[in-house]
Design a protein around this ligand. Sequence first.
Ligand code: DOR
Length: 421
Amino acid sequence: MLLLRGGLVVDPSIGFEGEADVLIGDGTARIVSQPPEGVATRDVSGCWIVPGLVDLRAHLREPGEEPKEDLASGLAAAAAGGFTTVCAMPGTRPVNDNPAVTEALLGRAATLRGARLLPFGCITEGMRGETLTEMAGLRAAGAVGVTDDHRPIDDTGLLRRALEYAHTFGLLLMQHCEDRGLSRGAQVHEGAVACRLGLAGAPREAEEAAVARDLRVAALTGAPLHIAHVSSGGTVALLADAKARGVAVTADVTPHHLSFTDEAVRGFDTNAKVLPPLREAQDREALRAGLQDGTLDCVATDHAPHTPLDKRRAFDAAAPGVVGLELAVPSLLALVREGTLSRQRWVEASAMAPARLVGLTPGLASGDVAVIDPDFEWTVSEQTLRSKSHNTPLLGRRVRGAARLTFVGGEAVFDREESGP
Ligand code: DOR
């Protein structure tokens, strides 16, 4: 048992926000007014004690691309970022389109110290967009959702069946929305920056056209649809409209789309090359507003580690993606400090909403807890990141905010005092 003293507790599951002592251990955590005697104590004054963060979308690269990341490094990086649960995307090598891969991932994760792993399986066999996977088997093996990762389901009839099928088996269907006809060859957002750099761009409409179609199909089926990494302001408007009509849609936004614009690629910085691309200031403002008002339900990192071999290349040959597991907290807390995001919405969008989407019951009572130090300053570097990869435009920058302690089911899986900055 460990007593956390002097922190600010924010636990929406019991409607509590205030300074309190928290006793953690034996699979749970709870507020105590009379702490038992003789229990180990940690002073966490100045920190926030919140339900553990949940990442709906991370690429952990195992099996097949372990030089970029593996389950050990990814789950450790997640715990260091305050995450207690991470959903692993299925676009590995081989892809996770069958129960054997799902089971192998869960078996390996059970031997590791770090965040809890919840795998997503593929929507289609081989992520080829043709034949649906055996979703019942994926669910039985422990998958919590299905997605074809960064590949959209182009065939509208197939999407309809996939939504119905996933719903039947209680799997969350997550879709990357992209009209690949409109985005063909694109490296960045279509706009002034692309023009100046001479790079092919994808217009916002490449996302919005796909979102509009998917919302129609979701409404037709009545099955829940989750839209990943929203990048365009127009998508926020489409979501608001669909939600007002009662469509069962949820959506996430990444820390990088909330923080940067396409200006970040100006010097051909491949660390700012992502899918979907960073867009313009008006989009970033709409994403921030959508997150604050709940049109965007959650934050998901889209953690996409790549080696220097994949990134130090000509812009159009470089792999898209940024690491995010350890940068979500400082990126989002910058918005909280600025006043564009309330602390309550940050907790709701980073912990509560994503947990519910994958069937967890969020709140301190679950024993999944993060102790966040909002004022901890650190430099993002190859030394400080636990992830094997360091591809982020924040490399070398000073940031503020980090997890001090992370607990999964009442067990400490990360302690910054033990492992250093
Ligand atoms: O930027 C991205 N990189 N977006 C994705 O959806 C996939 C990811 C990757 O796997 O590298």
